[in-house]
Design a protein around this ligand. Structure first.
Ligand code: ATP
Ligand code: PRP
Length: 210
């Protein structure tokens, strides 16, 4: 069996915040994904490589064992319907909030609100827990547009500074979940490559504590 450890990392802001964490473990990619078209990044550690992939693909790679480890947002993990990985760590990076939001001027209650979101499962579960029926419209970005144009009554999306909501005349209504990035580990790899993964996790937990 190969000793190679593959870490699947969400591209974009999670990658930008995860790389300094990995550097503290002396894991440094040889290429910069902003400059290179390589999809597999070798690192200074001969047995560790990094995949830079779309956020929503990270759980799939890890669940199916294409990567032993992954770094993904809790939003993506809550939305993903699978259980083929462990989630041992909150890395405390890419923090934001999953919010229900609506037009500032709307100020009304809905019997069956229409919600635009990229997070259909999270939204469905949230309203099911409240015993409220909803219609969900799946979008893939710029959710803030939907209430403005009458496509939906409200949205469920991530909020950090609140600038995007404010700039589009929306206000946060309810906090659904606090979000940050997590380490995930393939279940079979945890057994088969236990010593190397355990050592990685021990070193990572020390870095997070400090
Ligand atoms: P995709 O490639 O699937 O379109 P994306 O454009 O949503 O993904 P990013 O915006 O980089 O990719 O978001 C990746 C992750 O970063 C999210 O899953 C979430 O955990 C976190 N995130 C998203 N928006 C924010 C934000 N405004 N502040 C902090 N973290 C965020
Ligand atoms: C995310 C999210 C919001 C915005 C919130 O979008 O979907 O639109 O950040 O951040 P703020 O509260 O600091 O304004 P992102 O920038 O990732 O764009 P995208 O959804 O189009 O990928």
């Amino acid at each position: 069996m190969s000793d190679m450890i593959t870490i699947a990392v969400s591209k974009g802001r999670i990658y930008d915040e995860a790389i300094p964490l990995l550097a503290k473990l002396d894991i440094i990619p040889k290429d910069d994904p902003k400059k290179s078209r390589k999809l597999i990044l070798e690192t200074n550690q001969t047995n560790i490589q990094i995949l830079v992939i779309r956020a929503t693909d990270v759980p799939t790679y890890v669940e199916r064992g294409a990567a032993e480890l992954g770094i993904a947002g809790k939003d993506v993990l809550l939305e993903y319907q699978g259980n083929g990985f462990y989630e041992p760590f909150d890395l405390g990076i890419a923090k934001c909030q999953m919010m229900l939001a609506g037009l500032k001027k709307a100020n009304k209650t809905y019997t069956r609100p229409c919600i635009a979101t990229k997070y259909a499962n999270i939204t469905q579960n949230y309203f099911a827990d409240l015993g409220q029926q909803v219609e969900i419209i799946k979008l893939y970005g710029s959710m803030e547009l939907a209430p403005i144009l009458g496509l939906a009554d409200q949205i469920v999306d991530l909020v950090d500074t609140g600038e995007t909501l404010k700039a589009n005349g929306l206000v946060p209504l309810e906090l659904i979940a606090n979000i940050s990035s997590r380490l995930i580990v393939n279940k079979a790899a945890m057994k088969m490559k236990n010593s190397i993964i355990k050592s990685f996790m021990q070193r990572l937990s020390k870095v997070i504590e400090n």
